[in-house]
Design a protein around this ligand. Structure first.
Ligand code: KDG
Length: 350
């Protein structure tokens, strides 16, 4: 039987033993299909993109992640970092993950709110006073619940890194009280809560992708923007903004995202390497972020920015103005989750 002989010759040895599974495909043992889960560690190239620069703590964290993955996989899993929005902004990269065209990104949670409305709890202004309060919520049940919403959107979340407390810069005047926001054209992230909060303060907010911010400030298309100090320094906003107001008005987390389409192809061993490395690099990133945010203030002042503090009673007045916005979004998100977050913060404060 010539056809049978040809077929047998076409099979590899393991496939020959499982003749039924040969099917003339050459059946390499390393090839995985949805029916046969991958095993071991394969050679893979992993594109990981962020919006911030390599010198920013997020860039340094990503570099650390790539090193850890390299070590843990014996050089087989190769993470290629792309900084400064080379692969696009948070929204675009997240969509690329969903389509399986990019493997990793670490965006602010704020632009995800269009897809997962519950993430807006982290956009409520003035809910955290210190980093450790935010960490308790993010690393606790509330943060976990939100990570569990990601797979339905073709994303896998491996935990939270830190963008941090945001402060306002502008080219017009110091902002020390609620009235000072009036009429300022401020770039915001693409997020409904941020938009509504700045509108409530009488500012004129315009949502914009991160990579467009510098030129919008330079051309005076907008008067100001808000970001953590490490970003203001790394992106050299001091060159186009004279005033830095320490409003600390909202804390933004980063969420470590992996494409679900990519993750589904990985073996358990490979998944574990990514999980462990994301957590380990995340600890490093948060520490670096904290120290860089402290240091950046001095550097920005030395570079000529006029910095001003905001008194606690003025912050309380800003909070008062924004309260209806928070109440409205709390209803939309689900008051139970919002309460859970406040309870968690209260526990840390005790
Ligand atoms: O890599 C993260 C950045 O893309 C972005 O999230 C920075 O906070 C940010 C902003 O203002 O867009």
């Amino acid at each position: 039987k010539k056809w049978l002989r040809n077929m047998v010759i076409g099979c590899t040895v393991p496939a020959l033993l499982l003749l039924a599974g040969c099917g003339g495909s050459g059946g390499s043992a390393a090839t995985s299909s949805p029916q046969t889960p991958a095993t071991g560690i394969q050679e893979r190239s992993i594109k990981a993109g962020i919006g911030l620069n390599e010198d920013h703590p997020e860039g340094q964290g990503l570099k650390k992640f790539a090193e850890l993955v390299d070590q843990k996989s014996g050089g087989k899993l190769k993470v290629q970092p792309y900084y400064a929005a080379q692969l696009g902004d948070d929204k675009k990269m997240t969509e690329a993950l969903q389509a399986g065209l990019q493997e990793i990104t670490i965006p602010s949670t704020s632009p995800l709110v269009g897809d997962i409305k519950e993430y807006a709890v982290f956009d409520f202004p003035f809910i955290f006073n210190e980093e450790k309060e935010a960490h308790a919520v993010l690393d606790g049940p509330v943060g976990q619940k939100l990570l569990e919403k990601l797979p339905a959107h073709n994303l896998i979340g491996l935990g939270y890194w830190e963008n941090g407390f945001r402060n306002l810069t502008n080219s017009k005047h110091p902002v020390a009280k609620a009235e000072d926001f009036k009429g300022l054209r401020i770039r915001t992230m693409q997020n409904q809560v941020h938009l509504a909060a700045f509108q409530a303060l009488g500012a004129n907010p315009s949502p914009m992708a991160f990579s467009e911010v510098f030129s919008a400030l330079e051309s005076r298309t907008v008067d100001g923007q808000e970001n953590p100090l490490a970003t203001i320094k790394s992106n050299k906003y001091n060159e186009v903004q004279g005033y830095l107001s320490l409003t600390k008005h909202v804390y933004t987390p980063f969420v470590f995202l992996v494409s679900k389409k990519f993750r589904d192809k990985l073996s358990e061993e490979e998944r574990q390497i990514l999980r462990d490395s994301a957590v380990e690099a995340g600890k490093y990133q948060r520490e670096l972020n904290f120290s860089e945010n402290q240091k950046a203030l001095e550097d920005l002042k030395a570079a000529g920015m006029k910095a001003n503090e905001v008194l606690a009673e003025e912050m309380a007045r800003m909070q008062e103005v924004i309260k209806p916005v928070i109440d409205k979004f709390a209803k939309e998100i689900g008051e139970e989750l919002v309460k859970e977050m406040y309870d968690e913060v209260a526990k840390v404060r005790k």
